[in-house]
Write a protein that binds this ligand. Structure first.
Ligand SMILES: *Cc1c(COP(=O)(O)O)cnc(C)c1O
Length: 472
């Protein structure tokens, strides 16, 4: 294909993509609303396009950019001696935090299977890490009212098998900051590392209070016992996808993150992260944007997030039949049904999400879940508030209110009705979604709630396998 044809084809492929800019999608994308930053990122990426991040001794620019970002993170997260890396994203940062803790646990004489302690609101990336790296997992239920796992329950799960305890600042599902001080302190008393997953909060909470937001509990390296923190630059750092910062308080734990090997026939291998050869483009664009924004830039953007978040929270709490869930702090909002009003006044958040989509705003549905102690966490609609949300409030708030009016009193189909015909064929679902360019997410989430967990996980894999396969 000629290059103009190639680009035309690519443009056509993009046709059904969700909008990345403008604030109409309230998850996945973090729009700063400054086109000049996109241009700067593109130029930086282009400059580093041919470089291989595998070997910073051959390409020292990689080490220089990375150490500048680590230095910024040290100041931002109050760990003046912290060390770490820029990884490809939050999942990789979480995987490496677990890998480091596991290897340190073994080096200190741990025998048998190491264990990870977390809560039901901890990001799925830690379950993935346990699966990949052979750890058992203890899952502590959250308190359904506060949205926070009780510190005492997390601490009670600590023992000699525990390689790492994980807390979030804030949790992705409900935007609630965990009891970092209590959990990290108790872990430190037992010499157990404590990871703070600040993947989503790490680049916005540090500026929150100064930007006029509510006072926050301490959650960063100032807290005794916090041994590592993940903070995604590609979320509230507002850089292109492919960049997260992983910092360790302690050099011994940090070193356990590395993989090095000399007994094979090729070049000596020393990898600080999961990948071997790696692109330097996202590192370069992250570096460029962080240098440009600096602390004042992030503080200014955070001010807009603070204002927009409080406007959205107030508006939603005014809507009859809906309520904001949990003792949330920061820029994430989870909305549940207000069960205190009569059934005919209640609003189901998944139906609300579908109605808001018709009004041009994409919220993210989150399925209900029964916790290990039998308590049920309801399904919710998730909103990630960004700087551009502020400029859109005049459109967004009426849509949120109007969508509730449309679906008030309606109930979702019962789980029994949905699972009546057994598990739907993922091939049929995928072909339908690809042909139509959209997918009925309300049904997908209801199925996840109705089916046994293993069945729904298998269904999702088979669905995506088909969705991404070549068309024949
Ligand atoms: C986004 C997120 C992750 C995973 O990050 P990815 O960049 O999507 O891989 C982990 N933890 C939390 C709290 C997150 O919000």
């Amino acid at each position: 294909m000629a290059s103009d044809e190639v680009l035309a084809r690519l443009q056509a492929y993009r046709q059904n993509d969700a909008p990345t800019h403008g604030g109409r999608v309230l998850s996945y994308v973090y729009d700063h609303g400054m086109p000049e930053l996109d241009e700067l990122a593109a130029q930086a990426m282009r400059m580093l396009q041919p470089v291989n991040g595998l070997d910073p001794t051959t390409f020292p620019s990689v080490a220089l950019m990375e150490s500048d970002l680590v230095a910024f993170g040290r100041a931002m997260l109050h760990g003046p001696r912290a060390t770490g890396s820029v990884t490809s994203g939050g999942t990789e940062s979480c995987l490496l935090a677990v890998k480091a803790a596991r290897d340190l646990w073994r080096a200190r004489g741990g025998v048998g299977r190491p264990r990870l302690v977390l809560s039901t609101s901890t990001h799925a990336a830690f379950h993935k890490a346990a699966h990949y790296f052979g750890l058992d997992v203890t899952v502590v239920p959250i308190d359904v009212v506060s949205g926070r796992a009780p510190a005492a329950a997390l601490v009670a799960a600590l023992d000699a098998q525990v390689a790492l305890v994980v807390v979030s600042a804030p949790s992705y599902p409900h935007g609630v900051i965990d009891a970092v001080v209590d959990v990290a302190g108790a872990a430190a008393d037992q010499r157990i590392p404590c990871h703070v997953d600040a993947c989503v909060g790490g680049w916005v909470l540090p500026f929150w209070e100064e930007a006029g937001g509510e006072a926050l509990p301490q959650w960063d390296f100032r807290v005794r016992g916090v041994s590592s923190i993940s903070a995604d630059i590609h979320k509230y750092g507002y850089v292109p996808k492919g960049a997260s910062l992983l910092l360790f308080a302690d050099a011994e734990l940090d070193l356990a993150r590395y993989f090095a090997i000399t007994d094979w026939l090729g070049y000596p291998v020393v990898n600080p992260t999961m990948l071997g050869t790696r692109s330097a483009t996202s590192l370069a664009s992250a570096w460029a944007i962080v240098q440009t924004l600096g602390t004042p830039g992030y503080a200014g953007l955070t001010r807009r997030v603070v204002d927009a978040t409080s406007a959205v929270v107030s508006a939603v709490n005014e809507v009859e039949g809906l309520q904001v869930l949990g003792e949330r702090q920061g820029p994430l909002v989870a909305v549940a049904t207000d069960e205190s009003v009569p059934a005919e006044s209640r609003v189901d958040p998944l139906l609300w999400t579908a109605a808001a989509a018709k009004g041009g705003f994409v919220l993210q549905g989150q399925p209900a879940m029964t916790q290990p102690d039998g308590t049920r966490v309801p399904h919710t609609a998730h909103l990630t508030i960004t700087p551009v949300t502020e400029g859109l409030l005049g459109e967004l708030l009426p849509v949120l209110v109007g969508a509730a009016d449309v679906v008030r009193g309606q109930a979702l189909p019962s789980p029994e009705a949905l699972s009546h015909n057994g598990i739907p064929d993922p091939v049929v679902l995928a072909d339908g979604a690809r042909a139509g360019g959209d997918l009925d997410l309300t049904t997908v989430l209801s199925l996840i709630e109705a089916l046994p967990r293993e069945d729904s996980a298998r269904l999702l894999s088979a669905f995506l396998q088909r969705f991404t396969a070549p068309r024949d």
